[in-house]
Every structure is written in C-alpha cells, then in structure tokens.
Design a protein around this ligand. Structure first.
Ligand code: ADP
Ligand code: MG
Length: 389
C-alpha cells in the first residue's frame, strides 16, 4: 500500500508445499459429499461456557455489508451509518454455518479500509481477502495460510466478528490436519527449525600446529568479521603447509561459528572429489533418488536457501583441466554449490588458479620463517646442520 492509499503489487509469495495443497484438495472433494467438520468443532468450543462467550457467533443481523462507495460515518460501531446504503443480499447467511473459500489472499503492509479500492484490487488481482501477516510468514517457511475473515475490508471495520472468525479458522485447520498424511510431511522444513549445522572434515585437529597466526586472522576477517569475500584461495608451494592452515581454520570455524556447516572436498582427482561428495551426502542425510549423481545432489542441497550458511574447503585444487573441465567433460568446479550464504576456500599450488578462483582474495603461505619453524620442528632454536666432507 503506497502513501496515498494506492495499492501496488510488489510480488507473489512462495507456493504452499505440495503435501498441504493435496490435503486441501482431498478436503474439498470430501466437502462435495459431506458437511464440513468446522461446525462440529465450533460446537465443541462452545461447550466451554467461558469460550462460548468469547467465540460465539455474533448473529446474522450483525453481518452488515455497505455499498462499496459508502464511507463509515463515525464511532467504532456503525450506529450513525445510513442503513439505506446496506447491500441487500439474496441469501442471508445461514445461522451459524461458516463458509469456506479457496483462493488468493492479498498480504500488504497496510490495512485495507476502502470499499472501492477493495473491489478494484480484488477484481484485478483475483483475491478473496486482505491481511497483513502472511507475507512475513510464508517466505520464511513453507506453509498454507488459513484466514478467518471478520470484516469487509472497508471503512466500516469493527472487531465484533474477530474472535468468531479466529475460531472458525482454527476449526478448519483442525479438520485439515485430520486429512494430512503424516508421512507426506517428511522432510518439510518446520517453522521453528533453524538450518541444521554439519561438519564433514576428514582430518582431526593438528595438535602440533604452530604459527600462521596472521594468515588465520586474514581468513577470519575477510570471510566472517568484515565479510568482504566469499571465495578465498590459500596458495603456496607443495608441502609448505596450505592444508594445515585450511584444516586449522576449519576447526576454528567449527568452534566459533556454530551456525556454519563446515565441509571438505579433496580435488586432487575426480575420484577423490566424488568420494568427498559421497561423504558429505552421507553426513547431510541426502537420499539419492534414481541414478542422480552424488555431486549434483550435494550441489542442489547446498544451493537451496534452507541449507543455511556453509563453508567448503576444496583442497588440492591444482589441476586446471580437472577443475575447469575439458571438451565434453565438465570441470569439478561446476559441481560446487552456489548460494548467498556459502563460502569456499581453495588450497592450491597454482597461483593462476588461485587468482581465477578468488581474484585478489589470496592468502600466500610462504616457507615457515625461522621463528615459526623452530617450534614446528620441536626445536627451541634454529636447527644447524654441519656437514663435513
Ligand atoms: N603450521 C604448521 N604446524 C605444524 N606442522 C606443519 C605446519 N605446516 C605444515 N606442517 C607440517 O608439514 C606437512 C605438510 O603440510 P601440508 O599442509 O600438508 O602442506 P601443503 O598442503 O602445502 O602441501 C604437514 O603434514 C605437517 O606435518
Ligand atoms: Mg595440501
């Protein structure tokens, strides 16, 4: 809803998940033959006298619809409104039987209080009712929205139908829950379920690791503290300690960022990469359907927004042909997931690869200097070899 009460469509929400849609279809079909259970459940509520007082049916006489163009006069109720502007409807509502309508709900940032605008939007956007909460919910987890409609979205709003409408929506929800197959919901994300956190690191922490403090700080700062990068490469000669830096950093992320999944894929060969993905799929609980490639399955899983934050180490990314692919053969890099919450750290001996994967976000690992190296090798002082011939 814009400043002058103009309605502007900003987007469509996620669709409700399929198991809920098919349960609703089943319920609809059932209602062709049997009466809805909503009334039965409402009567149950009214057996409790306290609840009956609060959630009772307000009475058909209080269901008043004014002409769209007729604006409310004053006060909370419509005592001063002109009864001659009430729309005479063919069928007065049948005592206390709520109607169930299926269709689109307009979810906006403001209350709809204008009969003319309501009609225009309803017609143009094909919506049944207006509300303000569903947009926030629906995009954060899969659900279906059940609204109890309690007014006509015009200036004659009053709250007298609200408790009854809420009760009818709850009763419909109860009936719907009765037809949902529990196994159909397996795997659906729930409202309170944060993305799970996984660890898949093939090596334990190296208790003898020393030094490289500034390199580890660089990684932490760029990837987490300042978040200036999501792709980094650790580069240096063979045996210089790249894997050890990556491994130590992996374990420190596990310790300090409990919301981040930390995963490891060796890229020294296609087989090693495949094995790494198979292990990740096992840890993540991915079930392979048909002959789906495990690498594709892992990529799909982690690319989904619901997987939360992750950090993948791609170790030994040294062979350009293997990484970028050759004619007719996709490179291993094409199997890495994408996602706004994902970070990848490569280790490589090849500076060109480092730069093409991480541009300037390259952490150089030089040979250990004497001060770092002396403790690494277990000596307190630099080792001096004296060779006599
Ligand atoms: N910072 C370090 N602290 C202790 N040992 C280290 C360190 N860096 C490297 N090493 C030792 O050197 C070996 C080779 O390091 P690695 O990380 O595998 O090299 P790269 O991955 O660069 O080829 C390791 O197995 C480990 O024994
Ligand atoms: Mg290595």
């Amino acid at each position: 809803m814009e400043a002058e009460g103009v309605f502007k469509r900003t987007g469509a929400l996620n669709k409700p998940p399929r198991p809920l849609l098919s349960a609703i279809q089943n319920l609809k079909a059932r209602h062709y033959q049997h009466e809805s259970e909503v009334e039965i459940h409402l009567k149950k509520i009214w057996e409790n006298s306290y609840m009956a007082k609060r959630y009772r049916f307000p009475g058909a006489n209080n269901d008043v619809l004014y002409e769209s163009s007729y604006v409310h006069e004053s006060g909370n109720a419509c005592d001063h409104c002109d009864r001659s502007r009430v729309v005479r409807r063919k069928h007065d509502r049948e005592a206390d039987k709520p109607g169930i309508h299926y269709g689109n709900i307009a979810s906006g940032n403001g209350v709809m209080k204008d009969g003319n605008m309501r009609d225009r939007v309803a017609q143009k956007e094909d919506v049944l009712c207006f509300e303000m909460e569903a947009a926030g919910l629906m995009d954060s987890f899969p659900c279906v929205v059940i609204r109890g409609v309690c007014d006509y979205a015009d200036s004659h709003k009053n709250k007298s139908w609200q408790p009854y409408a809420a009760a009818t929506a709850a009763c419909y929800c109860k009936e719907l829950l009765g037809v949902i197959e529990p196994h159909a919901l397996y795997g659906l994300e729930t409202a309170s379920q944060p993305a799970a956190r996984y660890e898949c690191i093939p090596f334990p922490r190296n208790m003898k690791f020393v030094g490289r403090t500034r390199k580890l700080e660089m990684l932490e700062r760029a990837l987490f503290t300042e978040r200036t990068s999501q792709r980094m490469a650790i580069v240096g000669l063979g045996g210089v300690g790249k894997t050890q830096v990556a491994l130590t950093f992996a374990h420190s992320v596990i310790d300090t960022h409990p919301d981040v999944s930390v995963l490891w894929i060796p890229a020294m060969s296609a087989d090693a990469f495949e094995e790494g993905c198979t292990e990740i799929a096992r840890v993540l609980g991915i079930r392979l359907v048909g002959n789906l490639d495990v690498k594709v399955a892992v990529r799909q899983y982690l690319s989904a927004r619901e997987s939360g934050r992750w950090l993948i180490f791609v170790d030994n990314a040294d062979d350009p042909g293997l990484l970028f692919g050759t004619a007719g053969k996709p490179g291993l890099l094409s199997y890495l997931p994408k996602g706004s919450e994902g970070i990848i750290v490569y280790t490589t001996r090849n500076r060109h690869i480092a730069q093409s994967l991480a541009r300037n976000d390259v952490v150089d690992i030089p040979n250990m200097d004497v001060v770092e190296g002396q403790t690494c090798c277990g000596w307190r002082w630099p080792m001096i070899l004296w060779v006599t011939t």
